[in-house]
Unconditional design. Sequence first.
Length: 276
Amino acid sequence: MKRKKRSIPHRVRDILIFLITILGIARMYRRWAKKNGPLVRVLVFHDVHDREWFELMMETLTKHYHVITPEDFHAKHFHPNRINVLVTFDDGYASWETAVQSVFKENELRGLFFINSALMDVAHNGEWVELFMRERLLISPRAPLTWEGVQKLHDAGHTIGGHSLTHPNLTNLSEEDMVREILDDKHTIERHLNTILTDFAYPFGTRAHVSEAVCESVQASGYFHGYTTVSRFVDFDEPFSIPRTCIENESTPHELKRWVGGGYDLFVILKDICVR
């Protein structure tokens, strides 16, 4: 796999995370975090462009960490000494069926897949898919997952979660529209799969996209967990603000380990301090 050249800001970020790691700062951070119990990290992927790359990522995780299932996460079945890692996915891409599922099957792994049900509804209409991805996901078009693909993931033992109907910034919506985005999405997925959803990932998921009102609406819709994209180790006292670390396509195994180990968390904290 040939890696694309990264921008200067990303290269500076990666150098800082490298320094945070080799200087032992991330190790001290883990020791501090472990005072609250076993270390748990939730990762989030999106579209998987390269099956071999994803296979390498999973090989790295299974070798160096304790990879857990959604069921383990819900039941809090964790390894007391290793970093526990839950793997999740957002939006809904065909690559989950063509690449991710086969890698998971080979490694006996199970993941948590958050989908936008309105994208599944238009998956067979190329024009609508392109519009949805450009205007809602803010990305260039690529092949979407279908309802048939969602069913295959569910049948294979993976957990499906809600991600809203159309991936809006929920904090910008009226209460009525916010409830519709969350609840109609939940009901649509449950109807298709004949199951009950317990997990919801906030669209975009940053602090700017997750308000107290949004969390309350997710809880009122019958969910038990809400997932952000704020990177840190999991604090189970906040079930509707579960942090996740976004993994970028083309990340190397060494970069993955630095991010899982807390290097990226500390970089974000440092960046926030400097911005202030």
